[in-house]
Design a protein around this ligand. Structure first.
Ligand SMILES: Cc1ncc(COP(=O)(O)O)c(C=O)c1O
Length: 432
């Protein structure tokens, strides 16, 4: 059933197949972010909405020349079908990336290449979950993961998140209470580093505790880590997978550290799960595209990708600093946790304001954000909004936050005169 926070399923008028769809198709909804895309990408709108990386720093010209050569020299492979597990050369390449976050005990054979992490999330849910099974997930949660869980008719149960990331006690309580209800808890889904949308990172102290609980109750941990190398000071954190090879499925992606256009990501999983993932990948897409995989390998083999990631870090740091300063200047009555990496600030707005109701007025003022409601399945989130600092330039960020303040100032005045729009007490308390 749709709740008030979900974008309603689009019903095409007079669709002759209306009665024929599977129940799982009925559960699919447009994400609030996609629904915003058309307006948010208009040139006169400052978009603080999308999580798109800023790519102008990539050496497009040199890359194009190298790729053109690769397509000629290795054309018979690049234009051909490949392995469902992914190209062995790329699987070897990703080992050096994972080493940066402490994952050292693996070989190319442990890796499965996917069409973006989104495909990986689909595969793991496909092989683990029947309708009605439970996935535990941080709340707020990554919209794309919620979309996958919804499409497999999984019950998503919230686990608390604070400024130090997922709260282990809440994880344990959720397992116990769901099992009491007779539910099958299939896995914990977590984004430990520079969380989307919350911006927080799971503290190093909490990591072993989370794994201990997972082992105690035999619950799999799905660690989704697209932002881990984007710490502003170059800092990295030990991956959960580096501490536990048996109970963790690890996902990472080239989308944020190089570019999303190739749609290439990877997974590492214990042998049994990996075997099923490969079968599921084969059934779903036959194989990830050779051309994209070889393009990424060409990049990794010929460019100083560590320097590239370092340049990205510096750029995102500057943008985050700019947004933080603009928020302090223009929206001092809001609260937020300043992230140490990644793309997002999760902004708590004053009592009485409703981020979803306010969005059309923000768009009219030519600024876009994502309302907090998009990151929950259960109606929470109207007291927050996600602001992305990854794509707009520092100048655009300043202007966007200024425009947002005119909208919020006006809303606050209206509330002073006529009372609150959002029901009091709805939503989370965290000001992080
Ligand atoms: C937490 C998280 N996981 C997965 C993805 C999807 O990444 P990909 O482009 O590899 O499919 C994103 C993209 O924004 C994300 O933020």
């Amino acid at each position: 059933m749709a709740d008030e926070t979900q974008t309603p399923t689009t019903v095409i008028r007079n669709d002759p197949w209306y009665d024929s769809y599977a129940q799982r198709a009925d559960a699919m909804r447009a994400s609030e972010i996609r629904a915003l895309f058309a307006v948010a990408t208009r040139p006169d709108v400052v978009s603080l909405a999308g999580g798109m990386p800023y790519l102008d720093y990539l050496p497009f010209k040199e890359l194009s020349q190298l790729i053109a050569k690769m397509l000629v020299d290795k054309g018979d492979q690049a234009w051909q079908y490949g392995s469902a597990q992914g190209d062995p050369h790329l699987r070897e390449d990703v080992l050096q990336i994972m080493e940066l976050e402490g994952i050292k005990d693996i070989q190319a054979d442990d890796v499965v290449i996917t069409n973006g992490s989104q495909n990986g999330l689909d595969l793991i849910t496909r092989i683990m979950c029947d309708p009605g099974d439970v996935v535990l997930a941080e709340a707020p949660n990554y919209v794309g993961a919620l979309g996958v869980f919804q499409s497999f008719q999984v019950d998503v149960v919230n686990v608390e998140l604070d400024k130090d990331g997922l709260v282990p006690e809440s994880f344990e309580e959720a397992i116990i209470s769901q099992r009491k209800l007779g539910k099958k808890v299939k896995f914990l889904y977590t984004v430990p580093n520079f969380h989307n949308p919350a911006g927080v990172t799971m503290s190093v102290e909490r990591r072993p505790r989370v794994l201990e609980i997972a082992r105690k109750y035999h619950v799999l941990v799905v660690e989704d880590n697209p932002y881990g190398l984007l710490g502003f000071e170059g800092q990295t954190y030990p991956a959960l997978r580096s501490m536990d090879a048996e109970n963790v499925v690890y996902l990472s992606s080239f989308s944020k550290i190089i570019a999303p256009g190739m749609r290439i990501a990877w997974m590492v999983a214990p042998a049994g799960i990996r075997h099923k993932l490969i079968l599921a990948n084969e059934a779903s897409i036959l194989c990830p595209p050779n051309m994209s995989q070889m393009t990424i390998s060409t990049y990794l083999d010929n460019f100083d990708w560590r320097k590239q990631i370092n340049d990205y870090r510096g750029m995102y740091k500057e943008r985050c600093e700019t947004m933080d300063a603009a928020l302090r200047t223009y929206l001092p009555y809001c609260s937020w946790h300043k992230p140490k990496g990644g793309f997002y600030i999760w902004l708590k707005i004053p009592e009485g304001l409703d981020s979803k109701a306010m969005l059309p007025r923000a768009i009219t003022a030519k600024v876009a954000y994502v309302a907090g409601t998009g990151f929950y399945m259960d109606g929470q989130g109207s007291d927050h909004m996600r602001l992305s600092f990854c794509y707009p330039t520092p100048e655009q960020i300043l202007e966007g936050v200024r425009r947002l303040s005119t909208v919020m100032d006006a809303e606050r005045k209206t509330i002073e005169l006529f009372g609150a729009g959002r029901r009091q007490g709805k939503g989370t308390d965290g000001g992080w």
